[in-house]
Design a protein around this ligand. Structure first.
Ligand SMILES: Nc1ncnc2c1ncn2[C@@H]1O[C@H](COP(=O)(O)OP(=O)(O)OP(=O)(O)O)[C@@H](O)[C@H]1O
Ligand SMILES: [Mg+2]
Length: 474
């Protein structure tokens, strides 16, 4: 038996993290309990076992556990109910649920109800070992982060960032540190990983959160206008400058300017930006005077800036200035455990906004969990919003998801007639399909379409006229 004093992690966060952690294994199968106990002990956990939910509750009354490995299929009690009661008694404990094969839906539900992760039976000892190692490193980080995080949370939180992967925990830690410093931060990450979201949370977690946060998309500004957009201009600086105007840097005074896609900044502007950062002053276009500024710089890019430096496309000195502190947001496929958290997050947000409840079918959920998400969180967010909008019934099916996600075969132009026979399509219909898809494939080039279809252009135009009169062609 372990005394509660042996588990200081959650009770006394100011103490150094302990080298050992307490784990409770709840499973009605003796062999599994014992295997888990052995693996856990080999990793330095102090492990206790319980063969039923009731037994587990009793242990939780008298002992402190940092983590619980909970079989969702326990005799007599629903696993989700057991999870609820464990979290009620020990809200801080990390609960990993063990599910049977093919019950991914209940695993996701468990994660929504506060489980940290899930593992599917049957699992190998190696799998279990990896999982427990992750739990241990998570617990360690969690205890280190606790004070920092609580400080930040009491202000603005992490700006609604969802994710509990160890890499994300590390990120929160850096965000909390960055928020309280005035140094520039370079935020790296693939498209859609949440760079702007991280920039916002650095700003809104910091002491100047009441001051402006001004995002500037360096990639979409017209090159000739960037300088005046950023630094402002004085009356008469160029044709049409009827009066002086502050630039974005001046508008951010006291707060943060977020240079998004900073790699796209033209080289001449890079020099001016460097001077603004170094000397903390700017010169509006057309002015001879320099104006002091007090602005915190955050920058983001999905480009390899180091490579751009070696290629001469980005100034080395500016790169070093921006890169005082850098953080990289991992791609979603590198932290797959966050996918089951993000799915309900976005779905519930859409439901709240529209008021109509819809849920994912088992297959649709599996497809979403298995997909690689090259467009990262943004792609997942868009996919769910679109699937929600396209689905008229209460259930979102795999067929409502984009083909590449649902792993569906390409669309069949025609389906069977219900008697096991392929549907018979009239020649005219086939011809129409062939003509219309050729034109669309060739981006509207009708002459080329006629040539490739092997018909004369007058014939093509005549047919299009016919389709238009049927209402099938614009
Ligand atoms: N961890 C997360 N939790 C919740 N929402 C997220 C998370 N990461 C990203 N998002 C959402 O995904 C979308 C894309 O995020 P954001 O615009 O910050 O990404 P980005 O890296 O700047 O993308 P891009 O490179 O395309 O500009 C936003 O709607 C954001 O709210
Ligand atoms: Mg962005």
């Amino acid at each position: 038996m372990t005394s509660p004093a042996l588990s200081p992690i959650f009770n006394t966060p100011q103490m150094e993290p302990a080298n050992f952690l307490n784990l409770l294994v709840v499973d009605d199968e003796r062999a599994i309990r014992e295997a888990c106990r052995e693996v856990a002990q080999s990793l330095g956990f102090t492990a206790c076992v319980a063969d039923s939910a009731e037994h587990a509750y009793r242990l939780l009354e008298t002992q402190t556990f940092d983590a619980v490995l909970l079989d969702l299929r326990l005799p007599g009690v629903g696993g989700l109910e057991a999870l609820r009661r464990i979290k009620e008694r020990r809200p801080e404990a990390i609960v990993v649920v063990v599910t049977g094969y093919g019950t991914v839906q209940s695993a996701v539900q468990a994660m929504k109800n506060g489980a940290y992760d899930y593992v599917t039976k049957p699992f190998s000892l190696d799998e279990l070992k990896l999982l427990l190692e992750r739990v241990a490193s998570h617990l360690k980080l969690k205890s280190e982060n606790r004070l920092l995080r609580e400080k930040v949370k009491s202000k603005q939180g992490f700006g609604g960032i969802v994710g509990r992967a160890p890499e994300m925990e590390k990120l929160y830690r850096i965000i909390a540190k960055a928020a309280n410093s005035a140094h520039p931060v370079l935020i790296l990450g693939e498209s859609g990983t949440g760079k702007e979201m991280v920039a916002r949370s650095i700003h809104y977690s910091g002491p100047f959160r009441d001051k402006p946060f001004i995002p500037v998309d360096c990639g979409s500004l017209v090159p000739t206008l960037i300088e005046s957009e950023l630094f402002g201009y004085v009356k008469g600086a160029f044709t049409g400058a009827n009066q002086s105007k502050d630039g974005l840097m001046a508008m951010a005074e006291g707060g943060t300017i977020f240079l998004d896609e900073v790699g796209e900044l033209p080289v001449d502007l890079q020099a001016k930006m460097l001077r603004a950062i170094q000397e903390k002053e700017i010169r509006p276009v057309g002015s001879t005077r320099r104006v002091p500024i007090n602005v915190r710089i955050l920058a983001a890019t999905n480009r390899d800036l180091e490579l751009a430096v070696t290629q001469g496309a980005f100034r080395r000195d500016l790169y070093f200035r921006l890169n005082v502190l850098s953080l990289r947001i991992p791609a979603l496929r590198e932290r797959r455990e966050d996918i089951p958290l993000l799915i309900p997050h976005f779905l519930e947000r859409t439901i709240r906004a529209s008021g109509q409840k819809k849920e994912l079918s088992d297959d649709a959920l599996k497809a979403l969990l298995a997909y690689d998400w090259p467009g990262n969180v943004r792609e997942l967010e868009n996919c769910l919003e679109r699937a929600y909008a396209f689905t008229s019934g209460p259930v979102i099916h795999t067929t409502d998801l984009p083909r590449e996600i649902g792993n569906l075969p390409p669309p069949q132009p025609h389906s069977g007639d219900g008697n096991g026979r392929a549907k018979i399509i009239p020649m005219a219909e086939l011809e129409k399909q062939s003509i219309l898809s050729a034109i669309s494939e060739l981006n509207g080039d009708k002459l080329q379409a006629a040539r490739l279809l092997g018909i004369g252009k007058t014939t093509l135009y005549r047919k299009l006229k016919d389709y238009a009169s049927e209402g099938n062609w614009p």
